[in-house]
Design a protein around this ligand. Structure first.
Ligand SMILES: C[S@@+](CC[C@H](N)C(=O)[O-])C[C@H]1O[C@@H](n2cnc3c(N)ncnc32)[C@H](O)[C@@H]1O
Length: 246
């Protein structure tokens, strides 16, 4: 893996679409693309962490000009090789800080990817960067899970989420820093292989403060792309912050 590709190097990119197959179904993609098409209106869309184009390609297919920022050439080369891939502009860089030319009516960051920024400073920078790219009246959209701390018993720092004959996986939490990590141990020819992905979990209310620091205000929050109400039982949210028009 090239260091510049971060945690999404060749070995992950080669299998990304099949390993996330449930996220590529029309049921998963269409409601997201519906909302982003509405928010884009007659303007342009900017995806942070565009990856292999799961959302960017169908959005471009609706006639919305889409640009993506991603640090992984391994991921974005898959996007560019797909039918319609040449319609999506790509800039290689860190989406917390990388600027691209022009302005956008919607910027979006989906599939928990805000958690890939592992410090609060980087997450704050990401909101500022989104706001800097938006036209007045434009929106920043994030899709992310609600931290699952209710699954963490007192005194315990790890929560298993997959246990089977082929291996096991668990998340670890540091509630002092909001650092979390996913750990995967997979048996390959009977020998364990270990993978580790660091994240920073973040609460909806903390995201709202980051938005305020960036001059954005909350416009909508739903449980997901189908726009069901967000409640105390929601496992995730799709949030929309707006850059004031004046
Ligand atoms: C979980 S994938 C999501 C890809 C795509 N948005 C999707 O929904 O399928 C996360 C993507 O974000 C990229 N990424 C993670 N952190 C990044 C950062 N700080 N700057 C730029 N890209 C980043 C990864 O390279 C990867 O392509």
């Amino acid at each position: 893996m090239s260091d510049e590709d971060g945690y999404f190097g060749e070995s992950v990119a080669a299998h990304y679409d099949e390993s996330a197959a449930d996220r590529f179904t029309p049921e998963a993609v269409d409601p997201a693309v519906d909302l982003l098409t509405e928010l884009a209106g007659t303007g342009r869309a900017l995806e942070f962490g565009v990856g292999t184009g799961r959302i960017a390609l169908p959005l471009a297919g609706r006639g919305v000009p889409v640009h993506g920022i991603d640090m992984s050439r391994a991921m974005t080369s898959r996007l560019s090789a797909k039918p319609g891939g040449d319609a999506v502009g790509v800039t290689i860089g860190d989406f917390a800080t990388t600027r691209v030319p022009g302005t956008f009516t919607v910027a979006y960051l989906v599939f928990n990817t805000i958690n890939n920024l592992t410090t609060q400073d980087a997450q704050v920078d990401c909101f500022r960067n989104a706001a800097d790219h938006l036209e007045p009246g434009g929106c920043f959209v994030i899709e992310v899970g609600v931290p699952e701390l209710r699954r963490l018993p007192p005194g315990q720092t790890a929560v298993p989420f997959r246990i089977g004959p082929a291996g096991w996986a668990f998340d670890t939490y540091d509630t002092a820093t909001q650092a979390m990590s996913s750990h995967y141990v997979t048996l390959v020819d009977g020998r364990p292989e270990y993978e580790y992905y660091p994240f920073r979990y973040v609460w909806p209310s903390e995201l709202d403060l980051m938005a305020r620091l960036a001059g954005l205000r909350l416009r909508d929050r739903w449980e997901g792309w189908t726009r069901k109400p967000f409640t105390h039982e929601s496992g995730g949210h799709v949030s929309v912050w707006e850059k004031p028009a004046d």
